[in-house]
Design a protein around this ligand. Structure first.
Ligand SMILES: C[S@@+](CC[C@H](N)C(=O)[O-])C[C@H]1O[C@@H](n2cnc3c(N)ncnc32)[C@H](O)[C@@H]1O
Length: 241
């Protein structure tokens, strides 16, 4: 299998297809999550994997939060800062969050945990960076048949689909790191809507995946493994005890 470490989200065609944010569900999923938190105007929040900065800007403009982004891609940071000159994006990864202990009221990982190499480190870092009573909001891809995840992970095409989560393992990790899971709900419909949109734009998912194959790898095999894992999407709101 091809070894691919390129950042799929730097791909312009994919970004255009995804729309207002670089993930399924758009701001609707962020708004839904916020209803289950005490986050409000002035809350200090970090968007981990902030991409083009859309969510950072949304949290600032719509909710008056003191929102920052964290993003490893220099190209995406540059574009985010051009698009929203007033926002701050720190260059870095979720596995090492350069903010003071207990200094955040909220942390968002919206379709980014699946891209991280060390999930334990991210969960521990969020636990460290959040104050007691702070919220960790996660939305991402999960496998409804997690017994096939290992085969998918052997594929090196770096995307949130390859890194899809085993929800039982993730919730165990979160609880062990001191989080109470206050909301966990299926949001697979968001993924279905995105699939319909992509089919409409590209003609078929086969054509879409072939366009994405600029990153390398056997897309037919990848799609076969995805179907075995039964891809789902979820939203979780976790409160730090
Ligand atoms: C699916 S996009 C989500 C973007 C953003 N959250 C949004 O709502 O538009 C995933 C983002 O995570 C970033 N990313 C990849 N690996 C990361 C890591 N280890 N830590 C933090 N962000 C990462 C990617 O560069 C990309 O911008």
């Amino acid at each position: 299998m091809a070894n691919c470490s390129c950042n799929l989200y730097e791909n312009k065609a994919l970004r255009e297809s995804l729309g207002e944010t670089l993930r399924p569900g758009g701001f609707g999923i962020t708004k839904r999550a916020l209803q289950f938190t005490g986050l409000k105007e002035g809350s200090r929040v970090l968007d981990i994997g902030s991409g083009l900065g859309d969510t950072v800007n949304f949290l600032r403009e719509e909710y008056g939060m003191d929102a920052l982004g964290l993003e490893p891609s220099e190209l995406l940071i540059e574009e985010a800062c051009k698009k929203y000159p007033d926002i701050t994006i720190i260059k870095g990864v979720g596995e090492k969050i350069h903010v003071e202990e207990g200094s955040l009221d909220g942390a968002f990982a919206e379709c980014t945990l699946t891209l991280m190499d060390d999930l334990d480190a991210v969960v521990d870092e969020c636990s460290r960076a959040l104050r007691k009573g702070g919220y960790f909001i996660i939305s991402d891809v999960y496998a409804r048949r997690p017994e096939h995840i290992r085969e998918l992970q052997a594929f090196s095409f770096k995307s949130c689909l390859r890194g899809m989560l085993d929800l039982d393992k993730l919730t165990e990790k979160l609880k062990a790191a001191g989080f109470e899971i206050t909301l966990l709900e299926d949001q697979t419909e968001c993924l279905r809507q995105l699939t319909v949109k992509l089919i409409f734009e590209y003609g078929s998912m086969g054509v879409f995946w072939n366009r994405m194959s600029g990153c390398g790898g056997d897309m037919d095999e990848f799609r076969y493994l995805l179907s075995k894992c039964k891809t789902g999407y979820f939203l979780a709101v976790c409160r730090k005890n």
